[in-house]
Design a protein around this ligand. Structure first.
Ligand SMILES: [Zn+2]
Length: 71
């Protein structure tokens, strides 16, 4: 059993999935990583540590929503 709820379903996340902060709409793009958080380019969202926060508003990881790429 998982200890906490998450809106992110790992099965739906691919290594190049982009995710959007549901608070401030900052977008995590694996191609860019997160300079402020010392995340190198090419890091999938699923590889971020559990204490990683939105660099803009400090939102927790589970407050990010997957951006659907099926346009
Ligand atoms: Zn945010």
């Amino acid at each position: 059993m998982s200890q906490y709820r998450t809106s992110i379903d790992p099965d739906r996340l691919s290594p190049d999935s982009r995710l959007e902060c549901s608070i401030c709409w900052w977008v995590y793009d694996p191609q860019d990583g997160d300079e402020a958080g010392n995340i190198p380019r090419g890091t999938p969202f699923t590889a971020l540590s559990d204490d990683w926060r939105c660099p803009q508003c400090d939102a927790l990881r589970h407050q990010f929503l997957v951006i659907a790429d099926d346009r």
